[in-house]
Design a protein around this ligand. Structure first.
Ligand code: GLC
Length: 736
């Protein structure tokens, strides 16, 4: 008997050790990822492969239960982790554990011009996504700011491809350090919300490669993004979610992208195109023959049964589904099946502090005559705060980036909390914007109902303002429809809700007026010459009011700079001057590469506030820039040096900008283009030498005829600026 037991024991040990040795390759993390991909693929049935290529619920897609390969769970959005929705509806699931920290909108992040803030942002939001067991974060968005009317500019990083490229890379790295895929969107040319599901964008290759693609290219090649989301619009007549040119030729062919391409929700319109034109995962389709969200609609997805039938009939080769599944399996091994990835964290004070730091670094001091700011709390005994944006919740609304925040400090509460009892703070509504408090089923809990007339509201505010030490008007846009919101664009550049009148009346009532514009877009400011202090703030999330108060009273010294131009009027913008915008089914970018300050420079227009502009509570002096050589070889580098000194009486940060001018080129080029920047902190009296090293890529333009980047020899200039119009010093050099 003992012998038999020994034999069984030995046999069991032998088997288990063989099994241990035979751990399937796809589960063996010591094996190269591509080997694991092939092994897993070889074990999957056709049905399992097809199931992976399309959604199974509003925000998830199938794994392979039989093989222990987890499902994929995506979540909005770029500014925080969206509250859970029902399995198959946009409606809230009503969970009680999914209130997040709301981070500042990405326009604010861009306005920091600080790559460390981008890394902090990505790490923090990635931790929140990881904790909520999401492995695909549907963000960041990096579509270029072509028109100040685009409803979603607040989700993006401004008008300049270089700034957006530098800021998106650390964000992605931060997110993915948590084992969560950043899904960079919306690829590509989604620069307006009007007709976003149908408009066909016509743009020349120079503008495509020099303006609209660089941030996506940096995201892929430097950020190593694991996912990309196709845009809704068309390009060259094909839907961007399945587009031969954008996805196969450029993303995969030219850039070597090895991640997954997911559709925007409802962005798929053809099985055949989805099969052959670069899409991997289909989400959010309005299924044929079924109402939106009807149960079991997922079998009707373009890449579901229709795809399976084509494969089973042999009309479509199995290699087509294998290509997609390889990318999806690679995503799994980078995220859900990486046993070493961290565990994340959610709703933490650290994340709140990160949001506040980013907001404080992103708020822009546009104007500060008579040094009205910072508010001296030893002198100011009565502060009057006016405006709906001082109280209105802004973490909700705006479309898919809407959040259910753990908390949100309003500007009014932030100011009250900061000044304490030593200073009286009184509030007047001033105007009525959007009294609703319900977005995507997330309710702000506020009742902003107001029955008084415009004139009553204005006279109340003016009467309060008369004897105030400081009046702070807090207005701008909000995230309601036709404001800063997904799905529609603004109708004009002017502030809505009669705010200009309120501001004008307040400026007559009190000379110590501060206007805080909260928006994700430029707005007209006809009163800019009569208002001493103007601050550009953003949708800054949970710590919004605290960060604004910190800037207004001078706890933090403002250091943000504009990531987009404030034109005086719409016609000062190339898309509006030359058209087309918004087009009519077709939209042609006639302004080509002359977007933002590139247009301003070309047309010699004086902007209201230029790209790269932002003041400080201290001052800076620039020395003369020098170059380490007079000529640069085509394969060489060149270094520019410039000293910057803090000539004020408090520490501050300055963003030193390097622009390059090509003085003579075979093709039209912008007067200058941003090619580097550095944010430096200086103590009072401190001076630092800032150096920039460039290579010929900073001198190049995209030659469509050659389909390549070209740096033409000849004369160039390096310009050092505190903004795109405030050039402090420049030096000429040659490219040999
Ligand atoms: C939306 C947006 C996209 C979002 C997705 C899921 O329509 O365009 O940015 O991530 O659908 O909500």
């Amino acid at each position: 008997m003992r012998k038999i037991k020994n034999v069984i024991l030995l046999g069991t040990l032998a088997c288990s050790s063989i099994f241990a040795q035979q751990k399937p390759v796809y589960l063996d993390e010591s094996k190269p990822i591509e080997q694991r991909v092939e092994d897993a693929l070889s074990r999957m049935t056709l049905e399992e492969k097809v199931a992976m290529c399309h959604a199974q619920s509003k925000f998830s897609s199938a794994g392979v239960p039989r093989l222990g390969i987890p499902e994929n769970w995506a979540t909005d959005g770029p500014h925080g982790i969206r509250p859970e929705v029902l399995w198959d509806e946009w409606d809230q699931a009503g969970w009680t554990n999914d209130s997040c920290i709301a981070f500042p909108a990405l326009t604010c992040l861009a306005a920091t011009w600080n790559k460390d803030m981008a890394l902090l942002y990505g790490k923090s939001i990635g931790e929140e996504a990881r904790y909520r067991n999401k492995n695909i974060l549907l963000g960041p968005g990096v579509n270029i700011y072509r028109t100040p009317l685009n409803g979603r500019n607040f989700e993006y990083m401004g008008e300049d491809p270089y700034l957006a490229s530098r800021m998106v890379v650390p964000y992605i790295q931060g997110v993915q350090s948590n084992g969560v895929a950043a899904c960079v969107k919306h690829f590509a040319l989604n620069n307006q919300e009007i007709d976003r599901h149908t408009v066909n964008v016509n743009v020349d290759d120079r503008a495509l490669y020099e303006i609209y693609l660089p941030a996506f290219k940096a995201a892929v090649q430097e950020g190593k993004a694991w996912a990309i989301m196709g845009a809704y619009n068309k390009y060259k007549g094909q839907w961007a979610c399945h587009n031969q040119y954008l996805l196969n030729d450029i993303l995969r062919g030219e850039w070597g992208f090895d991640g997954v391409v997911v559709s925007d929700w409802g962005g798929v319109n053809s099985t055949k195109q989805a099969i052959y034109n670069g899409l991997d995962m289909e989400f959010g389709s309005w299924t044929d023959g079924l109402s939106e969200g009807a149960s079991n609609a997922y079998d009707n997805y373009y890449l579901a049964k229709p795809f399976l039938k084509l494969l089973q009939s042999g009309e479509v080769k199995v290699e087509e589904v294998d290509k997609k599944v390889r990318n999806i399996l690679r995503l799994a091994f980078r995220t859900t099946m990486d046993s070493k990835r961290p565990w994340g964290s959610f709703g933490t004070v650290e994340h709140a502090a990160a949001g506040r730091k980013i907001a404080e670094e992103g708020i822009v001091l546009l104007q500060n005559k008579n040094n009205v700011l910072p508010i001296d709390l030893n002198k100011a005994k009565k502060i009057v705060v006016v405006g709906e944006n001082a109280i209105k919740s802004m973490t909700v609304g705006g479309g898919s980036s809407s959040l259910k925040a753990r908390y949100e400090i309003s500007p009014l509460d932030g100011i009250k909390g900061r000044v304490g009892t030593q200073t009286q703070v009184v509030y007047a509504r001033g105007y009525v914007g959007d009294a609703s408090g319900n977005y995507n089923g997330v309710t702000s809990g506020q009742d902003l109902t107001e029955n008084r007339s415009e004139s009553e509201l204005i006279s109340e505010a003016v009467n309060m303002a008369k004897d105030a030490d400081v009046v702070i008007f807090i207005g701008g846009l909000n995230k309601s429809d036709f404001q800063d919101s997904e799905g529609n664009d603004r109708k004009h550049l002017e502030l809505p809700y009669n705010q200009d009148k309120v501001i004008t009346e307040l400026s007559k009532a009190n000379k110590n007026l501060v206007v805080v514009n909260i928006s994700g877009n430029a707005v007209a400011m006809p009163w800019a010459n009569t208002v001493p202090a103007i601050v550009q703030s953003w949708y800054n999330g949970s710590e919004s009011g605290a960060s604004l108060a910190s800037i207004l009273v001078g706890d933090a010294n403002p250091s943000g700079k504009l990531p987009f131009t404030f034109p005086v009027k719409l016609d000062d913008n190339g898309a509006h001057k030359l058209g087309e915008y918004p087009g009519n089914g077709e939209v042609t970018y006639n302004e080509s590469i002359f977007v933002g300050y590139r247009w301003i420079d070309k047309e010699k227009i004086k902007p209201l506030f230029p790209f790269g502009h932002g003041l400080s509570y201290t001052t800076f002096a620039y020395g003369k820039v020098s170059a380490d050589k007079k000529e640069m070889d085509a394969d060489g580098k060149m270094t520019f040096s410039v000293s910057v000194k803090n000539t004020g009486n408090r520490e501050g940060a300055e963003i030193v900008q390097l622009y390059i001018s090509d003085l003579k080129s075979s093709l039209p080029r912008p007067v200058k283009e941003l090619k580097d920047f550095q944010k430096i902190v200086l103590k009072p009296g401190e001076e630092k030498v800032v150096t920039f090293t460039i290579d010929k890529s900073a001198l190049s333009f995209f030659d469509a005829a050659k389909h390549d980047w070209v740096a033409e020899s000849g004369d160039f200039e390096a310009l050092i600026g505190a903004s795109s119009t405030d050039v402090k010093t420049k030096v000429g050099f040659k490219l040999r």
